[in-house]
Write a protein that binds this ligand. Structure first.
Ligand SMILES: [Zn+2]
Ligand SMILES: [Zn+2]
Length: 268
């Protein structure tokens, strides 16, 4: 083979390699990071627990704050303790219109108004009047919808208290984050599968089972396993006794949740 042919061959190889490298990089998902900023339980010393829920989602193209807890002072304390910069948030998603999830919303918007706020359609207008319309975009969520690449809302669900949950589409399967699960935790899992038709890797948040008997909770856990939920973390309004049942059933695949907890999902 002449030197000219060798150079041509080498050039082709380099170009092919660069293309493969570039497209692998483009398609790869960034690792997911969830920081629990408000919860009924303490995980990390120095953070404060209180009735409510809030979780920061980092990794997708948009940084999302899911729910905002009850008391702004406690939310801000935990935000500072966890070195979270609210100015890096692109979107706020509120699960439902209960004070233990909406309590910090206006405080967050005062610090960083340049966000999109996704509210269930049934109460979106309540906040539309309170936000700075020049800076904050309020999105009323009715049906399931895409928030950004790989992040979806289940859409407003439930017949009584209306609620939405967050679905992340990852290479490991779906990750679902719930507020209070007033619409029923099993209904949320079914809805997530309806929206994306993929296996469920993990679900965590409030499951709202404190008035359920052990037998009823065990039946729900059975459905979780039948549906192929690999990991779960029950917290907030799930109930102490009920949380223990999930812990026992999931063993090493149980994810303890509390303020200051960082859940990392490696997607590489
Ligand atoms: Zn609630
Ligand atoms: Zn709640």
């Amino acid at each position: 083979m002449g030197i000219g042919k060798k150079i041509v061959l080498l050039t082709i190889l380099v170009v092919v390699f660069l293309f493969v490298f570039f497209f692998t990089l483009m398609g790869a998902q960034k690792d997911l990071k969830f920081t629990i900023l408000y919860d009924n339980y303490v995980y990390k010393e120095g953070t404060k627990a209180d009735w409510g829920f809030s979780c920061l989602v980092e990794g997708p193209e948009k940084t999302i704050l899911f729910d905002t807890g009850t008391k702004p002072a406690i939310l801000l304390h935990n935000i500072e303790e966890m070195n979270v910069d609210l100015n890096k948030i692109d979107a706020v998603v509120i699960s439902h219109n209960h004070g233990d999830h909406t309590g910090g919303l206006l405080t967050v918007l005062k610090i960083n108004p340049r966000v999109s706020v996704y509210l269930p359609v049934s109460f979106a207008s309540k906040y539309e009047q309170k936000v700075d319309k020049d800076k904050t975009r309020v999105i009323a969520v009715n049906e399931s919808m895409k928030i950004c690449k790989d992040v979806y809302s289940t859409g407003e669900m439930g017949t009584g208290i209306k609620e939405q949950s967050l679905i992340l589409d990852t290479s490991k399967g779906l990750v679902i984050v719930t507020g209070c699960s007033h619409q029923g935790i099993v209904n949320i899992l079914k809805k997530a599968k309806e929206v994306l038709d993929k296996d469920i890797y993990m679900v965590f948040g409030g499951f709202h089972l404190m008035r359920h008997s052990d037998e009823e909770v065990k039946d729900i856990i059975k459905i979780f396993k039948e549906m192929g939920v690999q990991k779960c973390g029950a917290t907030h309004c799930t109930g102490d006794r009920q949380i223990e049942l999930f812990k026992k059933a999931y063993g090493d695949n149980y994810v303890p949740i509390g303020t200051g907890n960082i859940l990392k999902i490696d997607l590489k």
